[in-house]
Design a protein around this ligand. Structure first.
Ligand SMILES: [Zn+2]
Length: 409
């Protein structure tokens, strides 16, 4: 016979709990950044959460649904570039809240993902969107971004009367989002041979072979789109490599090098991210050397600040730099577990010009140092390049698994 007393106590507790329940999820802040090809909206949220984002027509709106939240974002700024005329939020159903962004133009969502807390950065939901013509808009209006399943909450709606929803919930069919685009940047090329170490094979050639192997394996995985900044032995300025990646909307930028270094005993793969201050003297020197690549084709006085002019705040660059660091650390771990010999303090940083895309997580891999005889020999081996490419892909997979955990399946 069931013990009714305990059931009653449990029931009372449940009632008390429901009555005093405060919602764990806080929307803390909403920020925007404008780019040549998209607007980035960032929501600081108090915890890792499911969400879904989509667009609605007439009038055009961008909608984000989340588990019931407490709004702590006040009145976010709405710079004209964001195309947002108003921001409203409220309860959609008992356990689901909705944020509606009223727009004065039709847009499409390019991507939407969650970045888990990282150092000083809160958990963030990132929504990239851009203006769209009617045709693009119609083609995208049924696309749901994110993993929040409203159906899971439906059983709570039947018994409880709730305030009228801000918008009628939509039940669009899922469409596969585009695969992430990996930009591979084989260092040097053309009149710039890069380092020439043991066996006299120029760096440009070694890194091109590794880049091609990486491209092949990435495509075979079926998970990614891939583009290379150069597909032959050709000179390309560093800033044009960055421009190329941005023009094509890359999701990740990987520059591949195999330089020489003063000490022939130094060996092991290493990974670099952008920073104003270098992590160590050796890395500062390396960045200086790499940045000189452009001088080979003559000094270019063209001011390249147009990229930065589009940024409304530093947050975007900080976000990207954090993502880059996260990727670099993930990759370092994967390389080690794949048995790749790595330099101590595998992830280092300095002011590499080729890593300056403000909106694409970018890293530079020194696959090894050709000034070390053993490593030069390894890098010249197809089997080693295969192993290295495999390790890099395992890092890429792991990165996208955590960054895109909210991407629709
Ligand atoms: Zn190099």
């Amino acid at each position: 016979m069931p013990n009714y007393r305990y059931i009653l106590i449990a029931f009372c507790l449940l009632l008390t709990f429901s009555a005093t329940k405060s919602y764990a999820l806080d929307i803390q802040q909403i920020r925007f950044g404008a780019h040549p090809d998209k607007i980035r909206m960032v929501l600081d949220v108090s915890e890792v959460t499911d969400f879904r984002a989509f667009i609605l027509p007439s009038p055009p709106r961008l909608v984000i649904d989340l588990p019931r939240f407490t709004w702590k974002a006040g009145h976010p700024p709405k710079p004209p570039q964001t195309m947002i005329s108003d921001i409203r939020q409220g309860l959609l159903m008992p356990e689901i809240s909705r944020i509606v962004f009223d727009l004065n133009k039709t847009v499409v969502i390019k991507s939407a993902f969650l970045l888990p807390k990282n150092g000083q950065q809160e958990n963030r939901i990132v929504i990239d969107y851009k203006t769209a013509n009617n045709q693009e808009f119609s083609a995208n209006k049924d696309v749901l971004h994110g993993t929040l399943k409203i159906d899971d909450y439906k059983n709570t709606i039947d018994n409880i009367t709730s305030p009228a929803p801000a918008q009628k919930p939509v039940q669009p069919s899922y469409k596969k989002q585009e695969k992430p685009l990996i930009i591979i940047d084989p260092g040097h090329g053309g009149q710039d041979p890069g380092a020439i170490g043991h066996y006299k094979i120029p760096e440009k050639k070694l890194v091109f072979s590794l880049a091609k192997e990486l491209k092949k394996q990435l495509l075979t995985s079926g998970k990614y789109r891939v583009m290379m900044t150069r597909d032959k032995d050709k000179f390309i300025r560093l800033k044009d490599r960055v421009k190329f990646a941005r023009k094509h909307g890359g999701d990740l930028f990987i520059s591949i090098h195999a330089d020489s270094i003063g000490k022939s005993s130094v060996h092991g793969a290493s990974i670099y991210t952008l920073s104003k201050k270098a992590s160590d003297a050796q890395t500062a020197k390396l960045a200086e050397k790499e940045n000189q690549a452009d001088l080979i084709a003559g000094v270019d006085f063209h001011v390249e600040d147009e990229q930065v002019a589009f940024i409304l705040g530093d947050f975007l660059i900080n976000d990207t730099m954090n993502q880059s660091k996260f990727f670099a650390n993930t990759l370092a771990t994967k390389m080690k577990s794949a048995g790749i010999n790595t330099l101590h303090n595998t992830h280092r940083y300095a002011g590499f010009a080729v890593l300056k895309a403000p909106d694409i997580p970018s890293i530079l891999i020194e696959a090894g140092f050709v000034s070390n005889k053993k490593e030069a020999r390894l890098l010249n081996k197809q089997s080693y390049r295969q192993k290295m490419a495999k390790a890099i892909i395992s890092g890429i997979n792991s990165y996208f698994n955590s960054v895109y955990r909210n991407e629709s399946n």
